[in-house]
Design a protein around this ligand. Structure first.
Ligand code: PHE
Length: 341
């Protein structure tokens, strides 16, 4: 029986040595030390022994049992440790490695300039309003004093979507909408995209951007218009900037002017940016035509107003000395990244 015991011991230890997971360990325990396990069976078999042999063998079997139990628990601890080490190695994070730089988006140059512009006009008490890009003929033309067969329609080649529906050719479409929604005093700007069937070249694009301005109150004059535009031009281009009005024509303003600012690059002597002129045209403006006020439900005997339409694209290209307007619409990252701020 001693040999049997010794054989069992060797077999068990050899088997234990190659086990590699918790489930196998549990099987092992059941097979050797469980109620029906081999070691337990040995104890049961002791009934057949003589009275002298019994305590000796009993002790030996118990020793074996203890030995296997402690080997098992050692193995268990070793396995757990190995598992933990493997996990740690797999999750290892070298905090000294250089990080990956995350590319973040930036503002488009048009939006950089627009944000500045909104700040300037808000500080003068203007609200920012929005208008639809798909517009009716009424708001884009008729309410602006341009009846159906008026030759002024030729000034702007229009994309028509349906009989009375078009892509707005000017943010001026916001004027009549605003007059319907608000009562004077009115002081708003309306920035947005406008569309004209123009050929694309370095200075023309079928989609471009305007900022409409509209002020209506009692006693508004051309001086107010000039004051507001001067303030705006000096904040955008610098304190020395001069503003010049040239007579012009728009059906919805009377009188109408085109407005130039002195070139911020050369100060007015003429250079590449202003194409030698010393001045840069940036907007059209004028006193709101009495018929436009009337159509908007405002009594021209009581109120007067001015309106202006700033070309945002021109403002942006001159400010950043961008030579081709198409760059603003091509979304080339190498171009756009220069304006991140
Ligand atoms: N809407 C005109 C244009 O697109 C600009 C303008 C706006 C002129 C407001 C006068 C008053 O050319």
């Amino acid at each position: 029986m001693k040999e049997q015991l010794e054989a069992l011991r060797n077999e068990a230890l050899a088997e234990l040595a190659v086990l590699s997971d918790a489930k196998q360990l549990e099987d092992f325990r059941v097979r050797y030390l469980g109620k029906k396990g081999s070691v337990t069976a040995l104890l049961r078999g002791m009934g057949a022994l003589s009275a002298e042999e019994r305590p000796v063998m009993g002790q030996l079997v118990n020793q074996l049992r203890q030995e296997l139990e402690s080997a098992l628990s050692e193995k268990n601890t070793a396995l757990q440790q190995a598992q933990q080490e493997a996990q740690l190695a797999a999750e290892k994070l070298d905090v000294t490695m250089p990080g990956k730089k995350i590319k973040s988006g930036g503002l488009h140059p048009l939006n950089v300039v627009l944000d500045d512009l909104i700040d300037i006009f808000q500080s003068m008490g203007f609200d920012v309003v929005d208008g639809p890009e798909v517009e009716t003929d009424y708001y884009n033309f008729q309410a602006l004093n341009v009846p159906e067969d008026h030759p002024a329609r030729d000034m702007q080649d229009t994309f028509y979507l349906a009989d009375n529906l078009l892509l707005r050719t000017q943010t001026s479409a916001a004027q009549a909408r605003t007059m319907e929604e608000r009562k004077p005093p009115i002081r708003i700007i309306c920035p947005g995209r406008v569309y004209r069937a123009d050929e694309v070249d370095a200075t023309h694009s079928p989609v471009f951007h305007q900022i409409e301005g509209l002020v209506i109150d009692k006693g508004i004059t051309m001086c107010d218009l000039k004051g507001v535009l001067e303030q705006f031009a000096q904040e955008i281009y610098g304190k020395e900037t001069k503003v010049r009005f040239r007579p012009s024509f728009f059906p919805f303003t009377e009188p109408s002017v085109e407005v130039d600012v002195s070139c911020s690059e050369c100060g007015g002597t003429g250079c590449r940016v202003c194409k030698g002129a010393g001045w840069i045209e940036i907007l059209g403006a004028g006193m709101v035509h009495p018929s436009v006020l009337r159509m908007g439900g405002i009594d021209p005997e009581e109120y007067t107003g001015f309106a202006f339409g700033i070309g945002l694209d021109r403002l942006t290209t001159t400010r950043y000395k961008i030579s081709d307007i198409r760059l603003l619409f091509e979304n080339d990252q190498r171009f756009l990244e220069q304006f991140d701020r």
